[in-house]
Each structure stands twice: as structure tokens, then as C-alpha cells.
Design a binder for this molecule. Structure first.
Ligand SMILES: CO[C@H]1[C@H](O)[C@@H](O)[C@H](O)O[C@@H]1C(=O)O
Length: 692
């Protein structure tokens, strides 16, 4: 038997959700033939060209034929016609939106903008990839948020902070001369979802990105993205005027510093006329910022905004700040620092807030900043890369995390004041609205490491466009485009995906625990009690002691709850009625307290940890059953990762159970198998894992 060529891969993973595999269904194919005689597009605009290229490529895959692109339908029917309609609205959303319908025997994709035609083309292809009928097609959609962006935490040396899918996509050392073909595929994937911005470098920024040498490299990438409607942004190092510019200070109120930034921004626009703007992490985790000079976040942000005055770009200022205070509560930090500044930010500034008050934990309550800065546009920051979600070996579908936050009601203007309505600007009337996702992409062939992690990129993108889509709808769509057309298999995989986050939470941070890790954010370390900062230990967060477990954030404790409206406080402030997923976020609960499940806290903790780890076996079974419907490479990849996940879930379970037992001083309920290791052995295994 001849051995299969190792290089002859199908590239199932590389092609993401844009596979365009041949349609097998004869009936569907026949119907599609009727409308695919030509593609008519009115202009040679590069964005429109991207649209027609994509439709052509899609049809060639789906139907196996090359469909000609023409300038006009010339009264003929049976084609796809891209139509620019007159620019009626001043509203960005309508401009970027599209509608698709059948008109005189053609499929007409229309929009007020070129980029809307591109988005419409992708929507049409999605419609066809999921085998829906064209005869009566009517699709109409426009984005709810204006800046829909990925944040890459990519460093100049090719590493990615918290990246688990290989090295950076951006090959700085070969730019600007060599353009990796992958940049275009990245742009296509984003445009297919409606993502229109990429921050190329890490928020822990290097000043070199402000150098002429790097601006040229960035411009080369911008040139590739432009025809896909994607703008590039850069993260900035606030002290660059000093370190790069040679000034004696980076004080935002110093005229020389202001002039330096104005000149820098001008220089960038000479290379990149549609540059998107700056993203800034300042006075956070050791990064420099305006407070180094006794100035405020608003002073810093407004100084940069002034430099953007002549241009379209914006300044996105992050609210991820906290200070080291052994007696304090990190939960409250961002609110305390930022709410007094409401109303002081320039109109070109968006303040970007992480979904939760701490830091991308597997489950967090929504950040109390949402709703409490009515005069400042607040952008959402989600994390796609699985920093706290098991890196690339744990399958966690994140849409439920995003939705939980977006759908949460802040009650700031009464019932129905959801986080989504704050972020999309409808509640407080912000003109500039933003959603960002910390990217999970890298240079591994399948982009995201775990094949199922592609769904997180996909889901984020779809939600930036329309946050009203449900997690299930998005998963169904992604599975159909990416994994299988089989309906039963689709349902089974979607069901597994929808449970995956809760399963992870159960073996990792049940009942509202958080941050059981320090170092690399992967291995269990609930015992960690030493660090240069108290809020970088694990015990700071779970507060396990002989009495009980959890962080008291009621009025008896840190009173972080007071940062929410009374209606929200009422949901969480009573330990008897607080929903169990949030219980230990807000209460220090005694080990023997009976919970709503009828079990004591200790029993409930054990039940969740065991159920979580066992459920990974259930996921394995679910996956095994769909084998016949999945590309063999992808199937094997996921199958293997699920086995690793199970091993690691047991590691987590054992670590927690044994560690917490030392406080609860009660036996593990007999229905659960006792861990084979001792606590000391588990600690040792983690120590070895963390060795340098
Ligand atoms: C980019 O730095 C990150 C840091 O790696 C990460 O551990 C934490 O989640 O948040 C920081 C931030 O969001 O700024």
C-alpha cells in the first residue's frame, strides 16, 4: 500500500468557515444554477472587487464553475447583481448594511456603500453554503456597533502574549517587502463576519511601532486589509515621546509632548491615509501613563485625541486598571478610577472595558462600569484567546460568555438597560460604539490551535454585527459552514458546544470562584499565597478558611455590590437567593450551609467538580458519534484534544477537592471516587509544570 503523502493535507482547518465545498444536493444545485450565470458589479472599486472575487471563488467551489464578472446585467436575468443605492442616510449602520432580494430574475445585493456590498456578498455565500433557497431570498441587515475589532496581543518578536496558536501572523522581519498571502485570508475571514478593525500589536506596547521603520511595515499590512474594509490600529507605549522621541518627559500637558504626538500621528497618516487610531493601556500592570505625571486618564486620552483632530481616527483607552492593596478589592478598582472622569473625555475617545470587573474569568458578573459612565462611550472588550479557559486543549464555546454579559440588565435607566444597549449606544446615545475581541489567531495552520476555537472568532464577529443573535443560532451556522452539513450531527455538536463553558466552569471555577491560578494561567494553583502583590495570589480571590469559601462583597465585606443599581444588588446580595453561578463571587459561605440544591456547600463544590470532569467524557462520546460526518483530520485533532482535556480536568478537580478539603475538614462524599494522589503530590505536579 502506498503511503499517503504527508504534505497532501486537505487544509480543512485553514479554510475556516469559508470552505465552499461542492454542493452535493442535486435539487439545490439546480436552483442555484438559475441565479449564477453572471456576477454584475458597477464599479472597479477595490472593495467591490473583493466582493466579486469572493463570490466568484465561492461559486467555483460550491458549483464547480467559473462565473463571469461583468459591469452591468444589461437587462438580463439569472445573475447576481451588486448595486450601490443612493446614500440616503447619515447613519453609519444603514450605510454599512445590505439587503438581498430577487429582482427581475436576478439576486440583487444592494447597499449604500461598497463595504456593504462586500458584507452582503458574504451573507449571500453563507446563505448558499447552508443550502437555503435563493428564489425567495430576502435578507436585510446592518451592524449595531461601529468599530468591530480584533485586538492582537502580538509582539514585535513574533511572540503573542497569551497566544496559544503559534507565533504571530505578522512577519515584521520580512515586511514591508514580503507580503504573506495569509494576510489576505485573515482579512477575508474577518470581513466575512463584518469585523472592520485590527489592532496589530500588544497593548503592552513596544515604542518601536511608532518608528518610521515600523510604520512602513504597518502600512504594507494596511494595504492588504483596505480592500476588505478593515482599518489598522496600533497600541501605543505612553512613554514613547521620551524613549523614542528623546524628550525629557511624556507628560500629556507638556506642549512638546503634545507636538510630538501630533507630528507622529501626521506621519502615520502620510503612510496610512485611513489609519484607525490608537489603543492605549496606561497606568495598568506597570505600563507608563499620565498618572506618572500626576495627570488623569482623561488628560492622557484627550492629549492623544487632539493629535487625531484633523483625521478620522479614534483613541481607545482601556479601563483595565487596579492597584495593589492587601485590604482592598480589585473588583472595585476600575469603577473607582474611571467613573469620576465621566464627561471629561474628548469626543474622539472610547473607553474600552473588559466584560467583567476582574479579568476574563470563566464566569464573571458584568463590569459595574457599564451604565455608570453615561457621558462616555464605553466599548466592550472580550477575550477570544483562552487565557483562563484552558489554552488550546480545552473546548470552550465562548458565545454564552459574551451573551451573558451583553444580555445582563444594568437597570441604570430602568428595566431593559442591558449592557448591549450601552455598548451599541442606544441607551445613552453614543455616536461612537465599539466591540473588541482579544484575538485567538496565530500562525498554526488552522489559525486557532483547537479546531473548535475557530467558533469563538466566528461568534465574536457575528455578535459585533448583531448582538441579538443567540449562541445557538451562531453555533448552528458555524457548524454547518465549517464541520458538517448533516443535520443530526449539527444538532449534536451544537449541543456539546452549548454545554462546554459550564462544563469547564464546573471543574475549574465552580459556583463563582475565580483566579485559582497565578503564573501562566493554566495549571491549578488554589494554594498560591505568595507573590510580589497580594492580588496576584490565588488565596486573595477564593478566601478559603475553616469557616467557608468565597469573597464577601456585600456591605459586611468589600461592598463592591454597591457599585451596581439596587435591582442588581438585590439579585446578588442575599446568599440565600443569589444564583449559584455567582454565589462565591459575592459571599463567604460556610461549608455546612444548605444551598438551594439541598446539598451543603462542601457537597455542592464536590458535586460540581466531579460532574465537570466527568462531563468531558460525555463530550468525548458526543464527538465520537459524529465521526462519520467530519473531515478525518479535524475529527482526529478534536478527539485527541478532548482526551487531553479530560486528563487536565481531573487534575483540576483533584487539586481543588484536596485543597479545599484541608479547610472543610470533611470527607469527600462517598459517591465520588477519591483522588488517587495526595494534595502534596498534586502540588508537586503543578510545581514541575511551572518549572523554568
Ligand atoms: C496584555 O496584558 C494582559 C495580561 O497578559 C493578562 O494576563 C491579563 O489578562 O490582562 C492584561 C491586559 O489585559 O492588559
Amino acid at each position: 500500500q502506498i503511503k499517503k503523502d504527508a504534505f497532501a493535507v486537505t487544509d480543512d482547518g485553514y479554510r475556516l468557515w469559508l470552505k465552499y465545498d461542492p454542493i452535493a444536493d442535486v435539487g439545490v444545485k439546480k436552483e442555484y444554477q438559475k441565479f449564477t450565470q453572471f456576477i454584475a458589479a458597477p464599479s472597479a472599486n477595490p472593495v467591490v472587487k473583493s466582493a466579486t472575487d469572493e463570490v466568484q471563488q465561492g461559486l467555483s467551489g460550491l458549483l464547480g464553475k467559473v462565473v463571469p464578472v461583468v459591469l452591468s446585467a444589461k437587462g438580463q436575468s439569472g445573475g447576481i447583481v451588486l448595486t450601490l443605492v443612493t446614500d440616503k442616510s447619515q447613519d453609519f449602520a444603514n450605510k454599512e448594511g445590505y439587503s438581498i432580494e430577487t429582482v427581475q430574475g436576478n439576486i440583487r445585493v444592494s447597499s449604500e456603500s461598497e463595504v456593504g456590498l462586500l458584507y452582503g456578498s458574504f451573507a449571500l455565500l453563507r446563505h448558499m453554503q447552508t443550502l437555503q433557497s435563493l428564489s425567495a431570498i430576502t435578507l436585510r441587515s446592518s451592524p449595531k456597533v461601529r468599530y468591530r475589532m480584533l485586538n492582537h496581543w502580538d509582539n514585535h518578536d513574533g511572540t503573542i502574549e497569551r497566544g496559544y496558536a503559534g507565533s504571530s501572523l505578522w512577519k515584521w522581519y520580512e515586511l514591508p517587502e514580503r507580503i504573506d498571502p495569509r494576510y489576505r485570508d485573515y482579512a477575508r475571514a474577518n470581513a466575512s463576519l463584518g469585523i472592520n478593525g485590527s489592532v496589530l500589536n500588544n497593548v503592552n506596547a513596544s515604542a518601536r511601532f511608532m518608528s518610521a521603520e515600523y510604520i512602513e511595515k504597518v502600512a504594507a499590512i494596511a494595504n492588504v486589509f483596505r480592500p476588505y474594509g478593515i482599518k489598522v490600529y496600533l497600541s501605543v507605549y505612553f512613554a514613547a515621546p521620551k524613549t523614542l522621541g528623546g524628550l525629557g518627559t511624556s507628560d500629556p500637558l507638556n506642549p512638546q509632548v503634545q507636538a510630538w504626538w501630533a507630528a507622529k500621528v501626521k506621519e502615520i497618516y502620510q503612510y496610512i491615509p485611513d489609519f484607525g487610531g490608537f489603543l492605549v493601556k496606561a497606568n495598568s500592570e506597570g505600563e507608563p501613563g499620565p498618572q506618572d505625571y500626576g495627570r488623569t486618564h482623561a488628560d492622557g486620552a484627550n492629549m492623544l485625541a487632539a493629535a487625531f483632530k484633523p483625521y478620522d481616527g479614534v483613541v481607545i483607552w482601556r479601563a483595565f486598571v487596579y492597584k495593589s492593596d492587601p485590604k482592598g478589592d480589585r473588583f472595585k478598582a476600575a469603577y473607582e478610577e474611571f467613573t469620576p472622569l465621566d464627561g471629561q473625555f474628548d469626543e474622539k475617545v472610547i473607553v474600552q472595558v473588559k466584560n467583567g470587573p476582574i479579568d476574563f474569568q470563566p464566569r464573571e458578573p458584568f463590569s459595574p462600569l457599564f451604565g455608570n459612565m453615561p457621558k462616555t462611550p464605553l466599548g466592550m472588550e472580550f477575550q477570544l484567546t483562552q487565557e483562563y479557559l484552558g489554552f488550546a486543549t480545552h473546548a470552550v464555546y465562548e458565545a454564552p460568555i459574551f451573551k451573558e454579559c451583553l444580555d445582563a440588565d444594568t437597570y441604570v435607566n430602568g428595566k431593559g438597560s442591558t449592557v448591549a444597549r450601552i455598548v451599541d449606544g442606544t441607551l445613552h446615545g453614543y455616536a461612537r460604539t465599539a466591540m473588541a475581541g482579544v484575538a485567538n489567531t496565530g500562525s498554526v495552520r488552522n489559525w486557532t490551535g483547537h479546531p473548535l476555537a475557530q467558533a469563538n472568532w466566528y461568534a465574536f464577529g457575528r455578535l459585533t454585527w448583531d448582538h441579538q443573535l443567540s449562541s445557538e443560532q451562531i453555533a448552528r451556522e458555524w457548524v454547518a459552514l465549517t464541520l458538517t452539513k448533516d443535520k443530526k450531527a449539527n444538532t449534536q455538536i451544537v449541543n456539546m458546544m452549548l454545554h462546554s463553558r459550564d462544563i469547564y466552569v464546573d471543574y475549574n471555577t465552580p459556583l463563582g470562584l475565580s483566579r485559582p491560578w497565578t503564573g501562566v494561567h493554566f495549571a491549578p494553583e488554589p494554594w498560591q499565597n505568595r507573590s510580589s502583590r497580594p492580588d496576584w495570589t490565588a488565596v486573595y480571590y477564593h478566601k478559603a478558611d475553616s469557616v467557608g469559601l468565597g469573597f464577601d462583597r456585600t456591605a459586611n465585606g468589600s461592598n463592591a455590590l454597591a457599585q451596581y443599581r439596587p435591582e442588581v444588588q438585590r439579585q446578588w446580595s442575599n446568599p440565600d437567593s443569589c444564583p449559584l453561578p455567582y454565589l462565591l463571587w459575592f459571599h463567604h459561605v460556610s461549608w455546612d450551609k444548605k444551598l438551594s440544591t439541598g446539598q451543603t456547600l462542601w457537597h455542592e463544590v464536590c458535586s460540581r467538580l466531579y460532574a465537570g470532569a466527568d462531563s468531558v467524557l460525555w463530550m468525548q462520546q458526543q464527538w465520537d458519534q459524529v465521526k462519520a460526518h467530519i473531515n478525518p483530520e479535524t475529527f482526529a485533532d478534536v478527539e485527541a484534544r478532548l482526551r487531553t482535556q479530560h486528563k487536565e480536568a481531573i487534575w483540576w478537580r483533584n487539586a481543588w477537592v484536596l485543597y479545599l478539603q484541608s479547610f472543610a475538614r470533611q470527607p469527600i462524599p462517598p459517591k465520588f471516587k477519591k483522588p488517587e494522589q495526595t494534595l502534596e503530590q498534586v502540588i508537586k505536579s503543578v510545581d514541575v509544570y511551572l518549572l523554568r
